[in-house]
Design a protein around this ligand. Structure first.
Ligand SMILES: Nc1ncnc2c1ncn2[C@@H]1O[C@H](COP(=O)(O)OP(=O)(O)OP(=O)(O)O)[C@@H](O)[C@H]1O
Ligand SMILES: [Mg+2]
Length: 499
């Protein structure tokens, strides 16, 4: 059968980097193709070419037998290509239904409001989303906004549906729903391009795979005929040990004490102690209140009850600046909203939260800034053309690394890492894990919020499990099992294993 879509000999360069170099690939009807590769390999660049955001320097895009040149995203949409982008491109001030039908309202010149509401309701029901079409987008969580993106892609009878890391901010339940939806779309005969760093997802949903490395296609085939280590070797160019480098670190005195911390709706009675050299894992399902509780410790919100003691002194941060002054940093999960200033360069972003350290009298010392940037950027394996490159030009995973570097540059004594490896490729993940190990060996104390069980179990000394805003279980290293942790996170049991 002829492919629905074929890319032939596509190249695309940016100043300092050849993002794609002579890449050809096809998408077939009723088939899911996984596109894999390290951070910066060129995956999202392919998506942007297919959706008319970038034009290729060379090569052709052919849809259903016709060569196409997409000058704008509208052209690609009209040719039957819909995408769920890695970074959402939607409007916070508009409602859910306006975002879904932006640019393609039913009803011709007279906008048919009832039709829009009904269609939106249908679409939301199809993906099991429980908010109303009229809800302003800004009132939704990151996961819910993602659902709106998915509904938008479905609002169009597209022959090709592209999903660029669609599961990164979804909960386990929502991911399950998304996979059934993918199965359904495949059965309807659509061609799907699926991008993910998670191998379990790739093996669950895809029929075929294509691997990119440094902008070149380095392999393709059928998913049923390949193994995970083979794919990893192709992606990274070397085998990766997925073992966690748990180092023996002497655990010191208590640095941070949190007692009975509560707010009105999101979390209640959060108590724990954190010691020097310790990694405290905070596990739970998306929505369990982990981020909200830790954002409160960082001064992003105010508690209704409870107290925080940092290095023996009571701390009531009214804003993040107070927490930073006391030696606490927080690396947010959502890099676009809380993490980076996209138009600024890497150096400016990394040093943003720690400018005082680089001041020499009234001036900022740019050599000291650059040294700090280089030291952190290299250790986290940030891939960029230069340290001055605007962060918005970096690939998604590399933006995430810049966020981590920025908060480390404040030289905290306590660092809260919220899903630090979300969107990060398997090779860089090992670098980030090793780095966390080095930080605690240097005497830092870490709170690690992660929804990836192997990651928390691999790195943490103790694990606290949250469910519906409360700590429901505490485990000491070696007194835990994956089953017990998951059971606690789903609210099935409460457990206390002497942690
Ligand atoms: N607008 C741009 N200007 C300059 N460079 C860019 C631009 N867009 C992408 N790049 C560069 O092109 C390369 C490929 O980026 P791309 O976003 O396609 O990677 P990716 O495979 O999607 O990675 P990730 O897994 O991190 O999302 C990177 O080196 C990136 O910095
Ligand atoms: Mg990408």
């Amino acid at each position: 059968m002829a492919p629905v879509l074929s890319l032939s000999h596509i190249s695309k360069g940016f100043p300092g980097v050849q993002a794609l170099d002579d890449v050809s690939l096809t998408l077939e009807r009723g088939s899911v193709t996984a596109l894999i590769g390290e951070n910066g390999a060129g995956k999202s660049t392919i998506v942007k070419i297919l959706t008319g955001i970038y034009t290729p320097d060379a090569g052709t895009v052919n849809v259903e037998g016709r060569d196409r040149r997409f000058a704008t995203p509208k052209d690609a949409w009209a040719a039957g290509i819909a995408a769920i982008h890695q970074e959402t491109v939607m409007f916070d001030e508009l409602s859910v239904q306006e975002n879904i039908f932006m640019g393609h309202m039913p009803g011709g010149r007279l906008i048919d409001r009832t039709a829009i509401r009904d269609r939106t309701k249908e679409l939301l029901a199809r993906i099991d989303a429980d908010f109303a079409p009229e809800t302003p987008l800004k009132r939704l969580s990151v996961a819910q906004k993602h659902m709106v993106e998915i509904a938008r892609a479905l609002s169009h009878e597209a022959a090709v549906i592209i999903m660029d890391e669609p599961t990164a901010s979804l909960s386990r339940h929502e991911i399950g729903e998304l996979f059934s939806l993918v199965d359904q779309l495949r059965d309807e005969g659509r061609a799907i391009l699926f991008i993910s760093h998670k191998f379990d997802e790739i093996f669950r949903v895809s029929d075929r795979w294509v691997c990119l490395r440094d902008g070149r296609k380095v392999g393709e085939g059928l998913t049923a005929e390949v193994t995970e280590p083979e794919l990893v070797r192709l992606m990274v160019g070397r085998p990766i040990d997925q073992v966690f480098p748990k180092r023996d670190v002497v655990i010191g005195e208590v640095v941070l004490e949190v007692e009975g911390l509560s707010n009105a709706t999101e979390f209640a009675d959060i108590s724990f102690e954190l010691r020097r050299g310790e990694i405290l894992g905070l596990y739970g399902l998306v929505g369990a209140g982990r981020s909200e509780a830790m954002q409160c410790v960082f001064g992003l919100s105010q508690p209704t009850r409870g107290r925080i003691v940092m290095e023996g002194r009571p701390l009531a941060p009214r804003a993040p600046g107070d927490a930073i002054d006391a030696g606490i940093s927080y690396v947010p999960e959502d890099r676009q909203e809380q993490g980076v200033v996209l138009p600024l360069g890497i150096r400016a972003n990394i040093t943003l939260a720690s400018l005082a350290r680089h001041a020499r009298g009234w001036f900022l010392s740019s050599s000291s800034e650059l040294d700090a940037t280089r030291a952190l950027g290299d250790r986290l394996a940030v891939k960029a053309a230069s340290w001055e490159q605007p962060v918005m030009e970096l690939s998604g995973g590399n933006q995430q690394k810049v966020v981590i570097a920025k908060w480390l540059a404040t030289q905290p004594r306590v660092i809260i890492l919220d899903e630090p490896t979300k969107g990060i490729d398997i090779g860089s993940k090992a670098a980030v894990h090793a780095f966390i190990g080095e930080l605690v060996a240097d005497g830092l104390a870490v709170v690690l919020i992660s929804s990836e069980l192997p990651e928390v179990m691999g790195l943490a000394d103790r694990i606290l499990v949250m469910h519906e805003g409360r700590i429901v279980a505490r485990f000491a290293r070696d007194a835990w099992s994956a089953e017990a942790i998951v059971a606690a996170a789903t609210g099935a049991v409460a457990a206390d294993r002497a942690a």
